[in-house]
Design a binder for this molecule. Structure first.
Ligand SMILES: [Zn+2]
Length: 372
């Protein structure tokens, strides 16, 4: 089937517009492509049916020509497989109306929008920290319909969280964040399975243990303390082969990066000689001796939470390749909120993701208590 799109004949061809930012011109000397598009817009067909319908008017068109044309249209992401679009329930279709509509722009015959929604539904995301970043990521992941969530945090809800953490209510002050955030998830969508771990990470083994016990498909990393936590998360995720996405901020810059283990650079990869992103890491994450002031006001936290969730959606569905994998994306909060991407190369001599890595046995957990 042709996706819902506009097309019109132009000189010796057809102009197709799926996305207003891009118009595609297809050569069509004999009008057979226009005829093919008309058939595909009318409804479902298989290759043999298309060939037989087109043959009387276009005897020169072979089965191979039809197959090649379908492949070319699919490469342009103009087609969807009607067999795959039918297998969500009507209830799921309504629940995911906008998710399906967005993902349909990127779907192919191999991966329909419905397939991608099912991948999200069948996924388990570990949310490390349900504070300024994580609570905003959490709301987006629930909207996307991630089927299973594990929430990790050590803190209670405090008055100062209310500038940017919108899953909490005034009456929650003094309650455990993970418990209250899990309640929010259950109230929002009872179909989402949620578990909580009230944890205090004292060392890399604690993070590795949470990864080993929960075995998520992706990780949202939004824990700021203690110093070294980002290196621990990086090492644990790389060794477990689980992608993670981190968001944070300096003073007037938002920072987002992700790591696709085995594919992208990791946080520990030695920087390229002309790499300036080390400055960002240093200033964002290693302010030893400086009292850390959280400047993540609501719009900042929601922006970063959205971008982190969007990157997680890329990892879970493959609708596009992860955009920040092995890259340091910097968001200009003092300007127009534009993003600058500082790509880094994976380094074979990296102590964490390098080719000669020997994964160590996880050490005993020292300060992690699991619950509910
Ligand atoms: Zn590395």
């Amino acid at each position: 089937m042709l996706k819902p799109l506009g097309w019109e004949p132009v000189e010796a061809g057809v102009r197709v517009v799926l996305d207003p930012r891009e118009s595609i011109e297809l050569a069509d000397e004999d009008g057979s492509i226009a005829a093919l598009l008309t058939l595909l817009a009318e409804g479902r067909h298989d290759l043999e049916g298309l060939f037989h319908t087109l043959s009387p008017a276009f005897p020169a068109v072979s089965r191979e020509d039809v197959r090649d044309a379908i492949e070319a249209l699919d490469e342009l992401r103009l087609l969807e497989d009607s067999d795959q679009t039918a297998d969500l329930t009507e209830d799921e279709r309504l629940r995911h109306f906008s998710n399906l509509a967005f993902l349909r722009t990127f779907s192919t015959l191999e991966a329909s929008a419905e397939t991608m929604v099912r991948r999200v539904r069948d996924s388990h995301v570990l949310v490390l920290g349900v504070g300024g970043l994580g609570s905003n990521v959490l709301q987006n992941l629930c909207g996307l319909g991630v089927g299973r969530l594990t929430l990790v945090d050590r803190d209670d809800v405090e008055q100062r969280n209310f500038a940017r953490q919108f899953v909490y209510r005034a009456q929650d002050i003094g309650r455990s964040k993970v418990e209250r955030a899990a309640d929010w998830v259950r109230e929002f969508d009872p179909r989402i399975e949620v578990q909580t771990i009230r944890a205090d990470f004292a060392g890399p083994a604690d993070v590795a243990e949470v990864l080993a016990s929960t075995r998520p498909d992706a990780v949202s990393a939004g824990v700021d303390d203690p110093i070294g936590i980002d290196e621990w998360v990086n090492a644990a995720c790389v060794r477990a082969g689980v992608p993670y996405v981190r968001g944070g901020m300096t003073v007037t810059e938002g920072v987002i990066w992700s790591v696709h283990p085995g594919h992208s650079a990791c946080l520990a990869c030695p920087p390229d000689s002309d790499d300036s992103s080390g400055r960002v890491v240093n200033s964002a994450l290693h302010q030893q001796g400086v009292a850390r002031i959280n400047r993540g006001a609501g719009p900042v936290a929601t922006l970063l939470g959205s971008l982190v969730s969007f990157e997680i959606l890329r990892f879970l569905t493959g609708f596009t390749a992860p955009r920040y994998a092995g890259a340091m994306a910097v968001l200009d909060l003092a300007g127009d909120c534009g993003l600058t991407i500082n790509a880094r190369s994976r380094q074979p001599d990296c102590l964490v993701c390098g080719s000669d890595l020997q994964a160590p046995e996880p050490e005993a957990v020292t300060a992690v208590a699991a619950g509910g």
